[in-house]
Design a protein around this ligand. Structure first.
Ligand SMILES: [Zn+2]
Length: 335
């Protein structure tokens, strides 16, 4: 028998943020082709995500697995493979474990459409910035920063922030920085740009060594490889970190980015570092998020902010607005 658990990455998150943004100039997301998406994610992952729900419904899996959602139960880990090359599994519930690395990121009817629309949302924000806006915020749901080039998990399916960074590169920005203020390390974004020097990845987050998702990545010793050596920076923070040291870590990342000749910025704007949030032990307030916005806005770079986590419905919208107000109020060079 399974035990039902309550999800926190729910549709009401978008309503809560939209409510708080009332009065701001809003743009509908515009449909984009797959060119940039395919530069960020492997074709096999994209095809799997697009077709998984319909295939699950066609097959015997709802009865066989006792689940009406696509969920893996078999994971071909490196230890299982022992250096051998596996054959592709025929059964969908076995194939899922090739792409999904946890058991909480389920796929149902509409998951693909939502994830793909979130990518359009991020790309529409990029268009606005490329068109001359100083900054644009993309209200993406589901979030994306845990998705690597080949694998999804952490309540994420497609990496909206990575797509935004890649799109800014394609639009002519030679070096783009991604700064990730979500409470959790963005292992997916780090993986995608790990060996690249044209997209920097900097993150502050609760220390994975204290037992937090994504558990195996996000340590300060992870700094990139190959051409990307030095282009990744992690600031793991202890449980209970509040405004002052948190904003200090944002400042450290801003200082790092400021010395790297970047011409555009993507902010992975997770607000789950907030004290009320059920998904992390960090204790940041709306004032902290406002200050983070001011610090990153002080870089004076064209900026696309992409919504990541943030799960406390009553405070979520206010935290996003606090960040965006801080960012908009910053004078270049004050970071
Ligand atoms: Zn998070």
């Amino acid at each position: 028998m399974g035990v039902p658990t309550t999800g926190t990455e729910v549709a009401g998150r978008v309503d809560a943020i939209l409510d708080a943004l009332r009065g701001a100039p809003l743009h509908e997301a515009v449909a984009h082709d797959d060119v940039v998406l395919e530069a960020v994610h492997d074709d096999l992952l994209l095809a799997f995500l697009e077709g998984a729900s319909a295939a699950w419904e066609r097959g015997p899996y709802a009865d066989l697995v006792g689940q009406d959602r696509v969920v893996p139960y078999f994971f071909p880990t490196a230890a299982l493979l022992a250096g051998m090359t596996p054959s592709p599994p025929a059964a969908l519930h076995a194939r899922t474990g090739q792409f999904c690395y946890d058991t909480m990121t389920v796929i149902g009817p509409g998951t693909w459409e939502a994830a793909r629309s979130a990518v359009d949302c991020a790309l529409t924000a990029v268009d606005l910035v490329v068109g001359g806006e100083r900054s644009a915020y993309a209200l993406c749901r589901p979030p994306g920063h845990h998705v690597t080039g080949h694998a999804y998990g952490g309540s994420c399916y497609l990496n909206n922030a990575a797509v935004a960074a890649e799109a800014l590169r394609v639009a002519g920005h030679e070096r783009v920085a991604v700064v990730d203020v979500d409470a959790h390390h963005g292992n997916g974004t780090q993986a995608i740009f790990w060996e690249r020097s044209d997209v920097l990845y900097g993150s502050l987050h609760v220390d994975p060594a204290a037992g937090w998702f994504p558990h195996v990545f996000g340590h300060a010793s992870e700094t990139g490889a190959g051409e990307g050596t030095g282009a990744t920076r992690n600031e793991p923070l202890p449980e209970g970190t509040g405004d002052e040291p948190w904003v200090e870590a944002v400042g450290a990342l801003a200082g790092w980015v400021g010395g790297q000749e970047c011409s555009a910025l993507v902010v992975s704007l997770g607000v789950d570092a907030a004290a009320d949030d059920p998904e992390s032990p960090l204790l940041v307030t709306a004032d902290g998020y406002r200050e983070a916005g001011r610090v990153l806005g002080g870089l004076g770079l064209p900026t696309v902010a992409v919504q990541e986590g943030g799960y406390h419905l009553p405070s979520l919208g206010g935290l996003v607005v606090a960040y965006l107000e801080g960012h908009a109020s910053a004078a270049p060079g004050t970071g």
